[in-house]
Unconditional design. Structure first.
Length: 153
């Protein structure tokens, strides 16, 4: 299992950045290899991704969500991964976004991508493209501000 951590400062207000992150169906616009995400319910998504020649589909569950603070998830099927993204107000128009993902690559291509640093590079690139995406929008394309308590709370 590998852990990938990345962060960036986005030149947009905290609420705007958080609201955009909750629009999972927009992820293919800035996440390399993500072909499609379907929002199946408030806490369930279905992903179609492509890493090199390998295409995968999997379901993921949002395990914790607190508006303007954090979103955590884990995969339910397919490649095993989990992660959290946190949002930190720097000032009225700057938000720090920090992602941490634990990834257990599946198959030869994913293992090679992990060993050569491609997964780390991809996650950091996705975050950079998210920054560009939101900074070039007049506002978030939508929002879901519901709470998902941590399991056991």
């Amino acid at each position: 299992m590998s852990t990938v951590t990345a962060s960036t400062n986005v030149n947009a207000p905290l609420r705007t950045v958080y609201d955009q992150w909750t629009q999972f169906e927009s992820f293919p616009q800035f996440m390399d290899g993500v072909q499609k995400i379907d929002q199946l319910g408030p806490t369930h998504t279905h992903w179609k991704i492509k890493i090199g020649p390998v295409e995968r589909e999997f379901d993921a569950t949002i395990t914790e969500q607190h508006p303007d603070e954090r979103v955590a998830w884990h995969s339910d099927s397919g490649p095993c991964h989990a992660g959290v993204v946190t949002f930190h107000r720097i000032d009225d128009n700057t938000t720090r976004v920090i992602t941490q993902m634990d990834i257990d690559p599946e198959g030869f291509v994913e293992n090679m991508a992990d060993k050569t640093g491609l997964l780390d590079h991809r996650v950091k690139g996705d975050l950079r493209r998210f920054k560009e995406f939101i900074e070039n929008q007049p506002h978030a394309t939508g929002a879901w501000r519901g709470e998902v308590p941590r399991p056991g709370q």
